[in-house]
Design a protein around this ligand. Structure first.
Ligand code: PRP
Length: 219
């Protein structure tokens, strides 16, 4: 008796990243028409023919779904993967959503980054900030967790510097701040549940190699 194909489940990051991901998937013949309705509040979509299931989640939850196996595959920013530190395999750089994780602040804060005084660092990414300052720079800092509009912190005196994402740089420019140090480069990545990778190896590696071909062609 032929083994019945089970559904492969994808957790996508709701918003622009999910849209870009589906555009890329279309290029390898994977589409999901119901997902294109901009007014839909639906969170889960099925492609019956290919036995694929897609759901939309908040970025920081994508690695969680993948670690627990509720999704076999996830697409999420590298920032979130680093911050969440889940037991998942990062397998492919999709090449879009490119930006940088940086230490930013007013130019006047530059010298304080090299001194030994205790400075305050505001960020949405306390794990990344801690790793950078404690392990890479050997500098003790006080980390303050914020949830958005991080650029406000040095302006209103909550922190000397911030650790945040810089894409075009316009938020920094418009608020009189600059990049002081670069921590790492970021982009959208494919992550896979380690058990799924073993159990569905052929389907998953086939899919990854087709994605990789498209990305490489586009350069
Ligand atoms: C992100 C990031 C910066 C901004 C960088 O914020 O935290 O604030 O985008 O982009 P830019 O370099 O192109 O200006 P987002 O808009 O996601 O909102 P948030 O402030 O709520 O995190």
């Amino acid at each position: 008796m032929e083994k019945e194909t089970r559904y492969l489940t994808f957790a996508l990051t709701k918003g622009r990243l999910a849209k870009k991901t589906m555009e890329l998937f279309e290029q390898i013949g994977i589409s999901c028409e119901e997902m294109k309705d901009p007014d839909s509040r639906k969170l889960i979509f099925v492609n019956e023919e290919l036995k694929l299931r897609f759901f939309l989640a908040k970025g920081p939850d994508v690695p969680t779904y993948v670690e627990y196996g509720a999704a076999d595959i996830g697409v999420v920013g590298r920032d979130t993967i680093q911050e969440e530190g889940r037991k998942i395999h990062e397998v492919l750089d999709l090449g879009f959503g490119k930006c940088r994780m940086c230490v930013c602040g007013p130019e006047s804060a530059r010298q304080r980054l090299n001194g030994q005084e205790l400075i305050r660092v505001a960020t949405k990414y306390p794990g990344i900030a801690k790793d950078y300052f404690y392990n890479r720079k050997n500098q003790t800092v006080e980390i303050i967790k914020l949830n958005g509009s991080i650029e406000l912190a040095p302006i209103v005196g909550l922190a000397e510097v911030i650790v945040d994402i810089v894409e075009t740089g316009s938020t920094l420019r418009e608020n009189g701040l600059v990049v002081l140090e670069e921590i790492c480069e970021l982009s959208a990545r494919v992550v896979v549940n380690p058990v799924s990778m073993r159990m569905e190896n052929e389907r998953i590696t086939g899919l990854l190699s087709r994605l990789n071909d498209v990305i490489t062609q586009e350069g």
